[in-house]
Design a protein around this ligand. Structure first.
Ligand code: C5P
Length: 427
């Protein structure tokens, strides 16, 4: 699974640097963590300052660097206890033998060792040292103590060392460390979403983008859909704890984190994939795709040559994917979209009934500021009559925000049991 390094908001990392030659790598580590969206504060031991200056870390982290336990000025800003509480994770990189020994013994004679004792956040250590010092019994004993105490040890790499030795003791590359930290927060986020998310435990299938209907081996009929709304919805559903399968027509968008993507070209392929997903068990089906209404009746085997002033291509109607799924016996909660250029609400309400949908989101694609290629959208959501839910007007916002609101609308409808009672009986 690939991890998008730009989606971890509001997490605080302390990078604690102790005195080893690998300290230069920590500068890049801070940079990478910042790139990933973390707020980073750096703590340096006295030894670390012999290898690299606090100023470097201050510039890279955008925060003051913490170096001393008993510095009144620093304590007035963010004291060591406050710093310990601020952190969501403490990453000690590089961690020297001395630092490991202090942690294992529970000493508290400088800022870093005090911070270690004072924080409730997970502590990770990335030991970096000479291979003989790494192998020393005391170091291994200390490491075992730390592991028993719940510290996460990032094993050093083997290779050539600054001292000329070859062996275990090199700090992993900063990109690798930043990736491990990012993955950790993704996993934590995912675990929470899978338990408490609005769509926890649901399998959501989404169609997105245009379809491409071949005329001959080099030409096709398609439309201007970019797939942005469907991809934003896939990301929002995943963030809400759902398992997401995204059936995408030809678009140039990256697959959102954690989403399973199936690429298709034509409407027939999109239908086939949709039916496959339905068989695997689908709770919510969201049709954002702009499916071509017609396909070419006879796709030419070879490129059609230019001849005459007119070319007639016979078209036949494509199956309606969302309507087909809605007719199945074990139908999921069905969400459709309607992109219209006029009479938006009237047409959308008609489609809601005609396609037997549970919910429809409609927008006016004649507005140049929203719709197809735009990053923003504004929509009106209608629910099928039995839900007895009023329409929702989603004001113009980014497609991500609209997607989030649509997830909420789906969740609300799912928890607002359809009314099975015949309205006449109520009288
Ligand atoms: O094209 P139309 O306005 O009828 O599309 C409304 C909804 O139906 C959309 O959700 C679209 O994804 C879906 N649709 C479909 N298969 C088609 C045509 C439309 O699933 N062949």
């Amino acid at each position: 699974m690939s991890f998008d390094l730009s989606v971890i908001p509001n997490k605080n990392i302390i990078v604690a640097v102790s005195g080893g030659i690998a300290a230069y790598k920590s500068a890049i580590l801070v940079r990478r963590l910042k790139d990933a969206g973390f707020d980073v504060r750096v703590v340096m031991t006295e030894g670390a300052q012999a290898f690299i200056t606090p100023l470097t870390f201050q510039a890279l982290s955008g925060n003051p660097v913490h170096t001393a336990l008993l510095d009144p000025e620093a304590e007035a800003g963010m004291g060591h206890i406050e710093l310990a509480r601020w952190a969501d994770l403490v990453l000690v990189a590089p961690a020297t033998c001395d630092t490991l020994a202090k942690f294992a013994a529970g000493l508290a004679d400088d800022l870093l060792s005090t911070l270690y004792l004072a924080t409730k956040a997970p502590v990770w250590v990335a030991p970096a040292m000479n291979q003989q010092m790494w192998a020393a019994k005391a170091t291994q004993r200390n490491l075992n103590t730390l592991i028993e105490d719940g510290v996460h040890v990032i094993m050093p790499d083997a290779g050539a060392q600054a001292c000329g030795d070859v062996g275990l003791g090199r700090m992993p590359e900063p990109e690798d460390l930043a990736r491990q930290v990012t993955e950790y927060f993704h996993r934590a986020q995912r675990a929470i979403a899978e338990k408490f998310g609005l769509l926890a435990g649901k399998h959501v299938v989404i169609t997105a983008g245009p379809t491409r209907e071949s005329i001959d081996p080099v030409r096709y009929i398609s439309n201007h859909s970019t797939g942005k709304m469907g991809f934003a919805l896939a990301a929002a559903c995943y963030a809400a704890g759902a398992k997401v399968s995204l059936i995408a027509g030809p678009v140039s968008l990256d697959t959102p984190n954690g989403v399973r993507r199936m690429n298709v070209q034509s409407a027939m392929q999109m239908l086939e994939q949709s039916m496959d997903q339905l068989e695997k068990g689908c709770d919510i089906f969201i049709a954002t795709a702009a499916v071509a209404d017609y396909r070419v009746a006879h796709v030419a085997e070879h490129k059609i040559k230019k001849a005459g002033d007119e070319l007639n291509v016979a078209l036949v109607k494509n199956p309606d994917i969302v309507a087909t799924i809605a007719q199945q016996e074990k139908r999921p909660f069905m969400v459709g979209f309607a992109a219209e250029t006029r009479n938006v609400e009237e047409y959308a309400a008609g489609k809601l009934v005609a396609k037997k949908l549970d919910m429809i989101a409609c927008n006016d694609v004649s507005r140049p500021d929203i719709g197809f290629a735009s990053d923003e959208n504004a929509m009106i959501v209608f629910f099928a009559e039995q839900y007895r839910l009023p329409q929702r007007d989603l004001e113009k916002a980014s497609k991500q925000e609209i997607a989030q609101q649509l997830v909420e609308a789906i969740h609300d409808a799912l928890h607002h049991k359809p009314d099975e009672t015949d309205p006449d009986e109520l009288k």
